[in-house]
Design a protein around this ligand. Structure first.
Ligand SMILES: NC(=O)c1ccc[n+]([C@@H]2O[C@H](COP(=O)([O-])OP(=O)(O)OC[C@H]3O[C@@H](n4cnc5c(N)ncnc54)[C@H](OP(=O)(O)O)[C@@H]3O)[C@@H](O)[C@H]2O)c1
Length: 303
């Protein structure tokens, strides 16, 4: 693995990591030394291939599948995550040293004034129906809400079903993934939400999509405030156009490609690694003093 192992001992979960931007993020976090849960919805083969690639490079990863945007999705993700992590630990040994210092600084849970929760007390909304089995406390350091769906079309073409789908996958699923993640997450953890420049620019061609990303941005702000006491940072990464399946239909001719590239001051379309490197930084200790922020990762789009 890379000698710059800034995340050694950390455990990460990246949603939608079989392909596109999520794949690059999972690879980057693994390269930095994290044990990575590679979540997929439909792309099981691609997720398994990435896990194999990470292992061959000396890293650690396991795959977990669960569809997002359906009832009980967050619980299903963490059920699969817990099972995958257990198996990984049985086969390859424990993981996740080094948290004690962080706990001392911020307290074990950090929610209350002394950072201690009353025995048996539950945070509001915890362990709802569909949530996974009792959390394997200390089994997570980094949650990257990357999975997303687009193509909602302009307001004239939207239907209630399309609107609900955008919100369910891009906003509701990350919200409940966070809710399930928090009892597991060690103090000093990281939550990184992959939004889009569409929430910060007028984006009428995919309005419901843009709105769902706006909801995600708002979640970042509130969570950053709430979780500061635990030393958990929460940030949004907003990519511009990145060369993935998501916008393949916008790149079908050389002219269309050139037009997309021209949106950036660097005159090229972004690559998944352009986003993954920023996520790697935010996940690292070097970014400990950055929280509640929206990082524009658009290569100077529309400057
Ligand atoms: N590409 C861009 O230009 C761009 C720009 C701004 C923001 N973004 C954001 O970046 C993130 C990643 O996008 P991408 O470009 O990598 O897109 P992509 O290539 O289309 O990949 C989407 C990913 O999300 C997962 N996913 C989508 N719907 C899902 C569902 N219902 N259940 C479970 N997983 C689901 C997919 O998993 P499976 O294949 O396993 O189902 C896949 O891994 C998204 O949040 C997107 O909004 C992308």
């Amino acid at each position: 693995m890379d000698s710059n192992s800034t995340l050694t001992g950390k455990i990460a979960l990246v949603t939608g990591a079989g392909r596109g931007i999520g794949r690059a993020i999972a690879g980057r976090l693994a390269q930095d030394g994290a044990l990575v849960g590679v979540h997929y919805g439909r792309s099981e083969a691609a997720a398994l291939e990435l896990v194999e690639e990470i292992r061959q490079n000396g890293g650690r990863a396991f795959a977990l599948g669960a569809e997002l945007g359906v009832p009980g999705d967050a619980g299903a993700v963490f059920e699969a995550f817990d099972a995958g992590l257990r198996k990984e630990r049985e086969e390859y040994g424990g993981y996740g040293a080094g948290e004690e210092g962080v706990r001392e600084e911020y307290g074990r849970y950090g929610a209350g004034e002394k950072g201690e929760r009353e025995k048996g007390e539950r945070g509001e909304g915890e362990r709802e129906e569909g949530e996974s089995a009792p959390a394997a406390e200390g089994s997570l350091d980094i949650l990257v809400n990357n999975a997303g769906t687009s193509g909602s079309g302009p307001v004239s073409r939207a239907t209630p079903e399309i609107f609900d789908r955008m919100i369910a996958v891009n906003a509701k699923a990350p919200f409940f993934l966070v809710q399930n993640a928090l009892p597991r997450m060690r103090d000093g953890g990281r939550i990184i939400n992959i939004s889009s420049l569409a929430s910060r620019r007028a984006f009428p061609e995919s309005l419901a999509y843009a709105m769902s990303k706006g909801a995600l941005d708002t979640m970042t702000l509130g969570l950053a405030k709430e979780l500061g006491g635990r030393g958990i940072t929460v940030n949004t990464v907003g990519p511009g156009f990145i060369e993935t399946d998501m916008n393949a239909r916008r790149r079908t001719t050389p002219e269309a490609r050139a037009a997309l590239a021209a949106r950036s001051v660097f005159d090229r379309i972004g690559r998944p690694a352009d986003v993954a490197d920023v996520v790697g930084f935010l996940a690292s200790d070097a970014a400990r003093w950055i929280t509640g922020q929206y990082l524009d990762v658009g290569g100077g789009t529309d400057l």
